[in-house]
Design a protein around this ligand. Structure first.
Ligand SMILES: [Zn+2]
Ligand SMILES: [Zn+2]
Length: 100
């Protein structure tokens, strides 16, 4: 699917794969430890180029429901543009590796 963020390049957005639940939880955990390693993980495992991998990692939420940019905390969709600041959020819902 195509996701877009008004604050980031490329303006036309990028095409993201359907991440599996295990990939989502892996990436969320990795991002907290090291954004660089999560970018590397995406490049190595999902065959995505560096620019897009970086774009994806930048937008992964660390806290479910909370915008990475403005801390608005009522995001309720998976790939959502924040209603307050417009930033893209990968608002993945993960609970011990299982999707709720
Ligand atoms: Zn952005
Ligand atoms: Zn926001």
């Amino acid at each position: 699917m195509i996701v877009k963020c008004k604050n980031c390049l490329p303006k036309e957005g990028i095409d993201i794969p359907d991440f599996s639940i295990s990939e989502k939880s892996k990436l969320m955990a990795l991002k907290v430890q090291s954004p660089l390693n999560s970018i590397k993980y995406i490049i190595d495992n999902l065959k995505i180029n560096h620019r897009d991998a970086k774009y994806i990692v930048t937008h992964i939420n660390e806290i479910y429901g909370q915008c990475n940019r403005c801390k608005f905390d009522s995001l309720d969709e998976e790939h959502i543009n924040c209603p307050k600041c417009g930033a893209l959020n990968f608002n993945w819902k993960i609970d011990n590796g299982t999707e709720i």
